[in-house]
Design a protein around this ligand. Structure first.
Ligand code: SF4
Length: 246
């Protein structure tokens, strides 16, 4: 049963989510996926490789990889040992090579080498969960079916009081409920940027953060959660820019 208090709280976090999205849009108008790719297949492979690995590392590996294996059929026909060697530095390379090869076999056999455009089809591919499917659909096809929840989105959604959930699928559901669908793709790109640059895992820089004034800083130790006064002027200024663009 929804109590008056929980309804108010839900309304409050929805309002906050929308304000967060507006401020992030001002701060990071051009935020995009950090993985380098030139077609949906490359983005799918790069996203599989990015599990437990930095995007920087993946971007170091993929140019040679995509040159060597330009199509799904080429990945499918590769010698497993060669593929493992090519992606070794991204970690968990045996499991990743197996998943990439099996996924590419399905793409080559059932989809003419193309990456399908539906969540249901994508999550049936080996090594592809909702997060990877959301990245591919949102970034390569501009189809918003969900919000990408990675480690940054998860951490920031908690600190910002937008979710209390731990499970990525439930966090995604909370964020989807609080934001209009047209915001889903850009919101996650921008939150990831903000998590890398300002609201880092170890030391969130609250005093420099554009979201400071509206962030409840849940779980952030007081020492790091400085409710800045001088920077608050910059925040207010940015907020008014956001308001003028609405
Ligand atoms: S105010 Fe602090 S905790 Fe909140 S989003 Fe900004 S850096 Fe993160």
């Amino acid at each position: 049963m929804t109590t008056a208090k929980s309804a108010t709280t839900a309304k409050g976090s929805k309002h906050r989510a929308i304000e967060v999205a507006k401020l992030l849009a001002v701060e990071y108008p051009d935020a995009e996926c950090a993985l380098k790719f030139s077609n949906p297949l490359q983005l799918l492979i790069a996203t599989i490789l990015s599990a437990q690995c930095t995007d920087v590392r993946v971007n170091m590996v993929t140019p040679a990889l995509f040159k060597k294996y330009p199509r799904a059929s080429a990945f499918a026909a590769a010698k497993r040992a060669d593929l493992e060697k090519a992606i070794q530095s991204t970690g968990f390379f045996r499991a990743k090579a197996k998943n990439i090869q099996e996924a590419c076999r399905i793409l080559a056999d059932e989809y003419g080498g193309e990456v399908p455009k539906s969540l249901d089809e994508l999550v049936k591919l080996p090594g592809v969960g909702r997060k990877t499917a959301n990245v591919v659909l949102g970034t390569a096809y501009d189809i918003a079916v969900g919000v990408v929840v990675d480690t940054h989105v998860s951490r920031l959604a908690h600190r910002l009081g937008l979710t209390k959930q731990k499970d990525a699928v439930k966090i995604e559901r909370d964020l989807m409920a609080q934001l209009p669908q047209k915001e889903w793709v850009n919101f996650s790109h921008r939150l990831i940027h903000h998590g890398r640059r300002v609201c880092t895992a170890r030391k969130p820089r609250c005093e420099e953060c554009i979201l400071n004034a509206l962030c409840p800083k849940i779980g952030v130790k007081e020492k790091t959660a400085t409710a800045g006064t001088a920077p608050a002027r910059a925040i207010t200024k940015r907020a008014s820019v956001a308001a003028s663009r609405r």
